[in-house]
Design a protein around this ligand. Structure first.
Ligand code: PLP
Length: 305
């Protein structure tokens, strides 16, 4: 698999009764289809490194994250494919994780870090002493990540005719990148996966971009990574109707928020583009919930690790 070729991202119109009933057009930018493990914003936030694989093979690279980090999974797959020496600093590492098993089988040096000590890794400027090669901050976030997202988008023409682009955000890095690349032409807004005040979002975004995109925080949504039985019902219902599988942390919240906006009549006759930022392997960390609610096996392409 060559991750470097410029990928033409499929743009698909969603057949969703909620939108059709309100005469709203919803399209999906299928960034999730880039690669099963290096999908969506993972691919974009590592874009520059993907063009520097020869160099990486010599230097190696290191990063940090949780036991179910999509970012580490993406790096691990790249390392496995291109034989890049790699070290991960992993929070907890005290319960079974198919991601961690995969990292180990790919030859990655996994260093456990206690949950208390891991808080240091959240500081963008923190770099541990014993890294291997180049350091990539937690989640590929920060200004460097924003620039790579912008670079990844520069060759892609901006989809025309949209009133609004929506995407999920955690550190805001991907949102900032899309906003810098497309914000002059269309309004680019985020839906927060975190339950934090708007002020915190403003502070976080100010550190990484001058573009000041808007972030929606829906108080009715659960805390980061949590899913209630009703949330699972909603995700399943959405999938059964549209055939679009959403990840358990980010993009489902975007569509859930969008449904509420449409039903409240805020977006009449609008044409909206949702960026599906990937993250489907996250279901591997919620296998019990998946099995209980979906009554079918996990998609083959992610169930291979
Ligand atoms: C699938 C997915 N979507 C969205 C995000 C949010 O990205 P960001 O941290 O750049 O806001 C993440 C986290 O990196 C992610 O894994």
């Amino acid at each position: 698999m060559n991750f470097v070729v410029p990928v033409k991202i499929p743009l698909e119109k969603l057949h969703w009764h909620v939108a059709e009933k309100a005469q709203v057009e919803v399209w999906v930018f299928r960034d999730d289809t880039v690669h099963p493990f290096v999908s969506g914003n993972k691919w974009r936030k590592l874009f520059r490194h993907l063009h520097n694989l020869e160099n990486l093979k010599n230097t190696g690279w290191s990063s940090a994250g949780g036991m179910w980090s999509n970012h580490l999974l993406a790096m691990a797959e790249i390392s496995r494919c291109f034989q890049i020496p790699t070290r991960f600093f992993i929070r907890g590492m005290d319960t079974p994780s198919r991601f961690v098993n995969f990292f180990k089988s790919a030859g990655i040096d996994c260093v456990p870090v206690s949950r208390r000590d891991f808080t240091e890794f959240h500081q963008p400027e923190y770099i541990p002493e014993n890294i291997l090669g180049q350091w990539i901050g937690e989640g590929g976030g920060g200004r460097d990540g924003v620039e790579q997202v912008v670079e990844s988008l520069s060759s892609a023409s901006i989809p025309e005719g949209f009133d609004l682009v929506l995407l999920g955000c955690g550190t805001g890095t991907t949102l900032a990148g899309f906003s810098e690349a497309w914000g002059d032409v269309v309004s680019v807004e985020g839906v927060s996966a975190l339950k934090i005040p708007h002020d915190d979002w403003e502070k976080m975004l100010k550190k990484i971009t001058a573009s000041r995109p808007k972030v929606h925080v829906d108080e009715a949504l659960p805390a980061f990574g949590k899913l209630s039985a009703q949330n699972m019902e909603w995700i399943k219902g959405f999938f059964l109707e549209t055939q679009l599988l959403l990840d358990p942390v980010y993009t489902w919240k975007v569509f859930y928020f969008l449904e509420k906006q449409i039903k409240a009549g805020y977006l009449p006759n609008k044409k909206i583009l949702v960026i599906h930022t990937g993250g489907l392997p996250g279901w591997l960390g919620r296998e019990n919930l998946w099995n209980k609610n979906f009554g079918m096996s996990l998609p083959n392409e992610i169930n291979t690790i």
